[in-house]
Design a protein around this ligand. Structure first.
Ligand code: AMP
Ligand code: ZN
Length: 664
């Protein structure tokens, strides 16, 4: 088949599957099949750059970096909404509408999604621009970042208007938010406070590839433009759906404020069943002519009204503050509560984050506290009912020693979290670190789960991840529930982990603040654990996107003798602690734009190897010297005529060693 046709049909197919999955929530093929098709397209596009298309589904992975976001004027202003909090306020609003409009008024009820508002501009069915609300008159151009959000169509379907704007909200669903936070906690970072701020923060990240990794969604709610051929809000929602936008299904058309109130009451009860955060209902006059008649105040349309839900809050007694120790030694204070019903679930524990938070709220054991369910899965304490405080109570003394091992806790300057420094002797840290090491994104050791790790540690068979490689089948067979077959699988899985590439090993080591992305960067730059271990803090800080905190943490990690020993042992067992030669060569383009001629015999590498090195690093090899030759790599016994020609043309003549240095 014609390649271009093939590429286009794959794009269309993938676009449709994207739509089924992200917009309709009705995937028609498995993730695996999707990935296979995506890879096929990626490969074809790489082989045929002439058919490049910025709006291809492959472009969702991001990569564009924005240093400064350009300011863009909104062609149509982005207004705020007036707020109301009661039935009476809504009825007053209706009375004001009635003074302007005779005849029937219909209302559209929508949920008020809690995220970051966005305005998308489409021309000829292609996404042109995505701009934040800003001050309503102008916002930031965040197009590169928004393009990575799977539910934002890059190309539209059906009969869309030639040019229009569509507005909506970028949200981070609870599930994705919880996952992101679990990963952060896993590398010792502080979790994000709530989905809303994380969503709006994501839009302003410089690296769009990072945005692509965040499970953001875009929910659309309003079409704006001159020739859009839409006459009402509800019709607009329907059409937007057909053009390929994600329009939440909960929007409904209502005939009266009484019906609107029913809708509000229903969603006040059921909003927690939705996958993302909502903080109210937006009621809009449906008919666009009527909207026009009603017009705007200085800040908001008169034809729309937000009804804000009351935050779900309960008060209960704080029985005790306990402390949890994570795998990096980070301490998290936990409030143990008198069980209380909140948003449909019974809450017994709430996070207190850190010492500062406890001090700020002045929370004490025995207090009656207000608990709220925000975006987090774990609810949080938002305040103390001081009227109920025992007058004899005294301020909370934050833990000074680790509850698990008794070591004195430390807190580094500028950090909110306390840490247990006993990395090698504190049980949850020992177990947690090994669990992290074997986890899927790290060494992905098949046949070994978190529970088994705890068993192995408690049976004194291992105390660090290097010990895994000394395990024998006979050692583990006596363990509870360990059959012959599973013991074999475990040993095989450990053996196989020796093939895991360096960047993942680096992540698996569990250096605080070194998550997957940072590990990749460090691996790519330093290429071996030895080089990384030799790096100074300054050297690390000078790397792109490596801040002081990470630099300090890396250096600190290798200051600990036990860590160095483990690394040394892993090396001996054959774990990948440098980028393999093959991969190394494949990775650079430092010689790009340079043409080399090789002549003579070499000591360290063969001519063929030399040739491969040049090509693998982006350079070109040519057989004869011309004005286009940049370098002549000269070995022993080189032909005199070549040398003469090179000298005449002024070509750089370099030795084998000079060349190898260029690759460093
Ligand atoms: P406020 O920020 O309180 O003035 O509320 C206005 C904001 O609510 C808008 O800028 C939108 O970002 C957001 N919003 C969320 N859901 C909707 C919706 N269904 N219709 C209109 N605006 C919405
Ligand atoms: Zn401890």
């Amino acid at each position: 088949m014609d390649i271009e046709k093939k590429i286009n049909s794959l794009r269309e197919e993938l676009q449709q599957h994207n739509y089924n999955y992200y917009v309709l929530d009705k995937p028609q093929i498995s993730d695996y099949e999707f990935d296979v098709k995506m890879e096929e397209l990626q490969k074809l596009e790489e082989e045929h750059p002439e058919f490049k298309d910025e709006n291809s589904p492959t472009q969702r992975v991001g990569g564009a970096v924005t240093k400064n976001f350009a300011t863009v004027q909104h062609e149509y202003r982005m207004y705020s909404l007036s707020n109301s909090y009661s039935k009476e306020e809504l009825e007053d609003w209706e009375k004001r509408i009635r003074k302007v409009i005779d005849g029937k008024v219909e209302y559209v009820c929508e949920l008020k999604y809690d995220g970051a508002s966005i305005s998308l501009t489409y021309e000829n069915g292609i996404l042109q621009k995505a701009v934040t609300r800003g001050d309503g008159f102008q916002g930031d151009d965040v197009t590169n970042n928004v393009k990575t959000i799977r539910s934002v169509p890059l190309k539209l379907k059906d009969d869309y208007p030639v040019k229009f704007h569509i507005r909506g909200e970028i949200v981070l669903p609870y599930e994705g938010f919880a996952k992101m936070n679990a990963e952060r906690v896993d590398v010792g970072e502080e979790p994000y406070a709530n989905p809303r701020n994380t969503a709006s923060g994501s839009l302003k990240l410089q690296d769009s590839a990072e945005v692509a990794r965040r499970p953001l969604e875009c929910l659309l709610y309003s079409i704006v433009g001159k020739d859009v051929n839409v006459s009402s809000q509800f019709e607009g929602l329907e059409k937007a759906k057909n053009w390929g936008f994600k329009v939440p299904a909960q929007s409904e058309l209502k005939d009266s404020i009484d019906e609107v109130l029913d809708y509000i009451n229903y969603w006040d009860q059921h909003r927690h069943d939705l996958p993302y955060e909502t903080d109210g209902v937006v009621v809009k006059v449906n008919n666009f002519h009527q909207q026009e008649e009603l017009g705007h105040t200085a800040k908001s349309p008169r034809w729309a009204m937000a009804y804000k839900f009351k935050a779900e809050q309960e008060s209960t007694k704080l029985k005790k503050i306990t402390y949890q120790v994570g795998r990096t030694g980070a301490i998290t204070p936990v409030a143990n509560l008198e069980p209380v019903q909140l948003a449909g679930t019974v809450v017994k524990r709430a996070s207190l984050h850190n010492a500062d938070q406890i001090e700020k709220l002045d929370v004490r054991e025995g207090d009656t506290v207000f608990v709220e369910k925000g975006g987090e899965i774990i609810p949080k304490i938002v305040g103390v009912d001081f009227t109920k405080r025992d007058p004899d109570s005294s301020p909370t003394q934050y833990a000074t020693h680790c509850p698990e091992c008794g070591s004195e806790l430390i807190r580094n300057e500028g950090e909110a979290q306390h840490y247990c420094p006993n990395t090698t002797g504190c049980p949850p840290q020992i177990i947690g670190r090994i669990q992290h090491y074997i986890s899927r994104k790290a060494m992905d050791i098949e046949g070994l789960g978190g529970e088994t790790v705890a068993l192995l540690v408690n049976a004194d068979l291992i105390e660090n991840y290097a010990d895994l490689y000394t395990l024998k089948k006979e050692d583990i067979l006596p363990l509870e529930r360990m059959a012959q077959k599973s013991a074999e699988n475990l040993i095989n899985g450990i053996e196989k982990s020796k093939e895991i590439p360096f960047e993942r090993v680096l992540f698996a080591l569990g250096i605080r603040y070194v998550g997957e992305t940072v590990a990749k960067k460090l691996a790519k730059h330093f290429k071996s654990i030895d080089a990384l271990m030799a790096a100074s803090e300054e050297e690390l800080i000078n790397l792109d996107e490596i801040g002081e905190r990470i630099a300090w943490s890396v250096v600190d990690f290798f200051k600990t003798e036990a860590n160095v020993q483990n690394v040394q042992r892993l090396k001996e067992y054959g774990v990948q602690l440098e980028i393999s030669a093959e991969k190394l060569a494949n990775q650079t383009n430092i010689l790009e734009g340079n043409t080399f001629v090789i002549s003579g015999v070499f000591e360290k590498v063969s001519r063929n190897e030399l040739k491969k090195l040049i090509e693998d690093n982006g350079g070109k090899v040519s057989s004869s010297i011309s004005s286009k030759t940049n370098y002549l790599v000269a070995g022993d016994n080189m032909g005199p005529s070549k040398l003469a020609k090179a000298e005449k043309l002024g070509t750089n003549i370099i030795s084998e060693d000079d060349f190898l240095k260029m690759l460093e």
